[in-house]
Design a protein around this ligand. Structure first.
Ligand SMILES: Nc1ncnc2c1ncn2[C@@H]1O[C@H](COP(=O)(O)OP(=O)(O)OP(=O)(O)O)[C@@H](O)[C@H]1O
Ligand SMILES: [Mg+2]
Length: 321
């Protein structure tokens, strides 16, 4: 994506606004219901930001580790891997990031190992509410702050948030942990991370959905939850996997009926979003392609055309532009 001037078409201006809006964040949390295309959208957004000059890290904490396959690079194994100019990815095991929290607070190496290997610790890590989320966001903060001397400088971390329901808890957990602890060094850490993640100018939210009843419902509820429980409002809604319009008025057999049926559901849900969603929205088609770099490339190419003008204009107006 080249740098554009706002004298171009209204779409170019809206796109420029959206890219600037996303690019100004230091953390972008990509969330939504399971299987809707969050990982794919994270990759597409990562490429956009990198192309616009933001040094961007795609951070994946899903145990299945599939971002590298999507981008055709070697698996991260915890390391930062270069994908293309300005774009990196890193896969982290959530337990590994929690270990960091402990390491930061316990300075004696032998003691760290003893703590980490103890069954009490293992149970604590798995069971303590909010600890994993705190550790993940804490890692993102350290990356953009440049706490790791050997890794490239990162401007924005795009977090491919783990499964459903975690989007909101990621944003709220650090504060809840801080409140639960009350004081001490862990409190300071949780508080620092909470300030970062709760500040909407530092941390942005992108919601991904399919135009189907349950994912749309979840996206709307997630947005309501965000607005009620935090200062965040999503910067972008990506409506992914849209069926193309089916040919009308001919008897096309079962497959065409199925196609028409799926498309009708899409249209119904798009109308529901139209009525219930304000803010930038991008529609992405369902493509007959296997998961992989080609699919990321193809979706990147149609991203601009998928920007819904009403939503983005509304957003621009609300933002006073
Ligand atoms: N627009 C699309 N066109 C074609 N295939 C798609 C599209 N969007 C997603 N897919 C495919 O759907 C599957 C799910 O996508 P993805 O893994 O990005 O979803 P997810 O939300 O990250 O899932 P999970 O919640 O399991 O992490 C993948 O196989 C992906 O390649
Ligand atoms: Mg995923």
């Amino acid at each position: 994506m080249a740098v554009q001037t706002s004298e171009d078409t209204p779409r170019d201006a809206a796109l420029e606004h959206l890219d600037a809006d996303l690019g100004s964040r230091r953390l972008i949390v990509v969330t939504g219901k399971g299987g809707v295309g969050k990982t794919l959208v994270a990759a597409v957004l990562g490429r956009r930001l990198a192309a616009a000059g933001r040094r961007t890290l795609l951070l994946e904490v899903d145990r299945r580790e599939n971002l590298h396959q999507l981008l055709a690079v070697p698996p991260s194994g915890g390391e930062v891997v270069a994908v293309e100019e300005g774009l990196y990815l890193q896969h982290l095991k959530p337990s590994r990031v929690v270990d960091w929290v402990v390491e930061k607070k316990i300075k004696l190496r032998p003691l760290i190992k003893r703590v980490q290997n103890s069954p009490v610790y293992q149970r604590f890590v798995e069971g303590a509410p909010g600890l994993t989320e705190l550790a993940i966001v804490g890692h993102a903060l350290r990356m953009v702050r440049g706490d790791f001397p050997k890794t490239p400088k990162i401007d924005t971390v795009i977090l491919d948030a783990p499964a459903t329901g975690h989007g909101l808890s990621l944003l709220r957990a650090p504060q809840l942990v801080a409140e639960a602890i009350g004081s001490g060094p862990f409190f300071d850490l949780a508080q620092e991370v909470a300030v970062f993640v709760e500040n909407p100018t530092e941390t942005g939210v992108v919601i991904v959905t399919l135009a189907e009843e349950m994912p749309v419902q979840e996206a709307i509820e997630l947005r309501q939850g965000l607005e009620e429980q935090s200062a965040h409002r999503p910067q972008l809604l990506v409506v992914n996997g849209l069926y193309p319009p089916a040919p009308e008025g001919r008897a096309g057999g079962e497959l065409e009926d199925l196609w028409r049926h799926r498309r009708k559901i899409n249209e119904r849900e798009l109308e529901r979003l139209e009525a219930n969603w304000s803010g930038a929205r991008v529609h992405l088609p369902l493509l007959a392609m296997d998961e992989g770099r080609q699919l990321v490339q193809a979706l990147s190419e149609v991203f601009a055309d998928g920007l819904e003008m009403d939503g983005s204009e509304h957003q621009a107006m609300e933002d006073g532009r």
